[in-house]
Structure formats: structure tokens, C-alpha cells
Design a protein. Structure first.
Length: 242
């Protein structure tokens, strides 16, 4: 009796394993691309992908909140030509951008409800993270692109643009490397993030007007001009940096 039961269990497990077995050489091109990226054996790359993926939520909250608090609390010294209000406005604009991005992503995920690569091809693609929502669009890619675009629009310096863009690009790769998305998921996510960041930036004056009660006053700085031989009193100039 026991042997018969063991035999039945063995046969059932074999059937289940065969049902999940897939020919990974005949995957559709997009699934095959995710499969190839997911199959990279480098432990270092995999760990970097996990770090990039897990870092997005803290960055999405921490950066805009940090900029806003920096502005309203007037922390540290602002270089000549800068002011605290600009920092607070930047934090507010970035926060609104991130919120709108995730709202659109969540709505589209529920409408499209695309299975994730590791769910469609469990015999070929391994998931290194677990998310219960749909695959299209990639929320991580959208969030990273929105954050990068918002920062680059407010601070168009190379030392902001370079790391922001690099992080956004690697995040898209990381989500494929972790078996969580297809390339189209990532590209649509990028488009959403960039589009919303540009839209919020175009409407930022209206946003700042609405948020006037929670923003610091406009900043000013004074610069003393050197006396010339023909001047008998110091001359000061009042400038509005932003």
C-alpha cells in the first residue's frame, strides 16, 4: 500500500515538472530578451540590480522630502545666487511628479493586467523579487525616469544629470535582470515617467501658486560692489536669483 502511494506521488510530481518544463530556445523575442538578461550569471550584477530596484522607493520619497525640508528649514548655506525657496519648490515639484507617476502606473497595471515574465515562463525565467501586480508598465522604470527628469529639469548640471540618467537606465535593466519585466514594460514606464515630469514642470508656476502657504518667501541676496576711484560711498545691488 505504501509503495503504491509513493509510486503515485512520484508519477504526479513528474507530470507537474513536465508541465512546467519549457523549451527556452523557442521563446518569443521579447521573452527571449528578458530570458537572456535574466540568465546573466554575474553575482555582482545581480546584487547591483537588487540594490537599484530596492532603492527606488526610499529615493522617491527621500529626495523630494529632503529638498523641501532643506528649503523651509533653511538648512546650511546657499551658494551666492541661490535661495531656499527654489529648493523647497523643487522638492514639491518632484514629490507631485512622483505621486502622479505612480498613480498612472497603478491605473494602467490594473487595466492591462499583463502577467510578469516569470509567471508566463516559469521554466525559463527566474524571479528574484516578488510583486503581485501586473507587468505593464514597469513602475520602477517609470519612477526612476520621473525622478531623473524632474531633477534634471530643476538642476540642469552634469553632476545631477549624469547620475540621475545612469540610475534610471540601470533600473530598467535591473528589472529585466530580476525577471520582473519585458522590454516594452520598461520603455512604456520610461515614457510615462518622462512625460509626467515634463507636464508637471510645464505647470509648476500654477503648482507653486497653489502651494504658496507652505513655501518659504522668495529669496534675495545682496552683493556689495567695490568702490571705484570716483565713488565716495559703498554701492549695494539687490538681485533676485530665481
Amino acid at each position: 500500500m505504501l509503495r503504491s502511494l509513493l509510486l503515485v506521488l512520484t508519477l504526479c510530481s513528474t507530470c507537474v515538472m513536465r508541465s512546467f518544463a519549457q523549451d527556452c530556445s523557442t521563446l518569443p523575442w521579447e521573452a527571449n530578451l528578458t530570458y537572456q538578461v535574466n540568465s546573466i550569471e554575474s553575482v555582482t550584477i545581480r546584487d547591483m540590480s537588487k540594490v537599484a530596484s530596492d532603492a527606488l522607493l526610499p529615493l522617491s520619497i527621500g529626495i523630494p522630502v529632503g529638498m523641501y525640508l532643506f528649503g523651509i528649514l533653511e538648512v546650511g548655506n546657499i551658494p551666492s545666487g541661490g535661495n531656499y525657496r527654489y529648493a523647497a519648490e523643487s522638492g514639491l515639484q518632484t514629490f507631485v511628479t512622483m505621486g502622479a507617476t505612480y498613480g498612472v502606473v497603478l491605473l494602467l497595471k490594473n487595466i492591462i493586467d499583463r502577467p510578469r515574465p516569470y509567471q508566463e515562463y516559469p521554466g525559463c525565467i527566474t524571479n528574484y523579487r516578488n510583486d503581485a501586480d501586473g507587468s505593464m508598465p514597469s513602475g520602477h522604470s517609470a519612477g526612476a525616469a520621473a525622478l531623473a527628469t524632474a531633477l534634471c529639469l530643476r538642476y540642469p548640471q552634469w553632476y545631477v544629470i549624469a547620475p540621475s540618467v545612469a540610475y534610471a537606465l540601470y533600473t530598467g535593466f535591473a528589472r529585466m535582470n530580476l525577471g520582473m519585466h519585458y522590454l516594452s514594460d520598461v520603455l512604456v514606464g520610461y515614457a510615462i515617467g518622462v512625460g509626467i515630469a515634463l507636464g508637471v514642470n510645464a505647470l509648476n508656476n500654477a503648482l507653486f501658486d497653489l502651494a504658496e502657504p507652505i513655501l518659504p518667501p522668495n529669496g534675495y541676496h545682496y552683493s556689495m560692489l567695490y568702490l571705484t576711484p570716483t565713488q565716495s560711498v559703498p554701492v549695494f545691488s539687490l538681485t533676485v536669483p530665481f
